[in-house]
Design a protein around this ligand. Structure first.
Ligand code: UDP
Length: 312
């Protein structure tokens, strides 16, 4: 049994992680300030005696009583719409928040898993993206607040690993979807599903030829747990290599929801990456043949069922 702190534990991915560790009999301490996380995501966990919650902004001093075996640092806005609305909080949680989490890891002798992102590759000039690609990020553009915060977080994590011997693991998470995404978080998955379920037009930004690769949350969580327990510091890409254009994705959503919605085109946000697809050879190699198991169709069906209630 381990004692695990999950920052951002009330968020989309964080709450699935809380559940996973509780299921394995571990003790979970969830920390969140509900800026983008939600009490609804963790309400069902409070009956578990191994679960506790600390309401806190991780950019301020973090204190946790007792020993800790692992810290999973997942606190951050993660949708482009959120980090455009919260630019300073996004920069602060990636920098100051990561510093606090690392300080706690050092103090407790805990292993820290940093949630980094495919956004460190920016608008990539290499395709698919491998971990040794350094990226193409606009530091002063509106998306830069997230990209640079996560790049700094990786640098800080490596510095604590090298200088203080903190056991670190870095994952670069590609587009992930599933139940507990926020209906209004502005990302393409909730936007398109909500629009299709309401019979509204699906808003494709740009010409829809930009690509993304979507990983179902249970596949991601399995990869994260394996990385935490592996000997590999990383960074390791975790994502689903099945790549689609956003237009193809819109069509898939219309088909799976059986909606009569039409597709309309709206302006492309600044610095929106043109293509994104993870090279997952390293994950396969160091994470015991990890690879995604859930097909896009199955994952989307589960996600649509979740959003059906929310839209109603
Ligand atoms: N997108 C879109 N319509 C929407 C929301 C997003 O066409 O209503 C596009 C967006 O411009 C991007 C892709 O879908 O090219 C994925 O966007 P998302 O915000 O989900 O995440 P990103 O991968 O850009 O971080």
């Amino acid at each position: 049994m381990a004692r695990v702190l999950i920052t951002g534990g009330a968020g989309f991915i964080g709450s699935h992680l809380c559940e996973r560790f509780l299921k394995e009999g571990d003790e979970v301490i969830c920390m969140d300030n509900f800026i983008t996380g939600s009490p609804d995501n963790i309400a069902h966990l409070f009956t578990n005696k191994n679960f506790s919650f600390i309401p806190q902004d991780v950019t301020t001093y973090i204190y946790v009583k007792g020993p800790l075996d692992a810290i999973l640092h997942f606190a951050s806005p993660a949708s482009p719409v959120d980090y455009l609305e919260l630019p300073i909080q996004t920069l602060k949680v990636g920098s100051l928040g990561t510093h606090k989490a690392l300080g706690l890891a050092k103090e407790k002798g805990a292993r820290l898993l940093l949630a980094s992102t495919s956004e460190v590759y920016g608008d990539p000039l290499v395709h698919p993206q491998k971990e040794d690609y350094w990226g193409n990020v606009n530091p002063i553009g509106p998306r830069g607040v997230y990209d640079e915060a996560k790049r700094f977080a990786e640098a800080m994590t490596m510095a604590y690993h090298r200088a203080h011997g903190v056991q670190a693991r870095i994952v670069r998470i590609f587009n992930t979807y599933g139940p507990r995404m926020r209906l209004r978080d502005g990302r393409v998955v909730p936007n398109f599903i909500a629009q299709a379920l309401r019979g509204e037009d699906l808003t494709v930004y740009g010409d829809g030829k930009q690509t993304r690769s979507f990983c179902f949350v249970s596949d991601l969580v399995e990869g994260l747990v394996r990385l935490l327990r592996s000997d590999h510091v990383g960074p390791v890409n975790i994502g689903n290599p099945r790549e689609l254009t956003i237009l193809e994705f819109a069509q898939a959503i219309i088909q799976l929801t059986g909606s009569k919605s039409q597709i309309i085109f709206q302006p492309l946000p600044i610095d929106d990456p043109k293509q994104r697809k993870p090279d997952i050879s390293l994950a396969r190699q160091v994470l015991n043949n990890w690879e995604p198991r859930v097909s896009l169709e199955d994952g989307l069906r589960q996600t649509i069922a979740y959003f059906q209630d929310k839209v109603a």
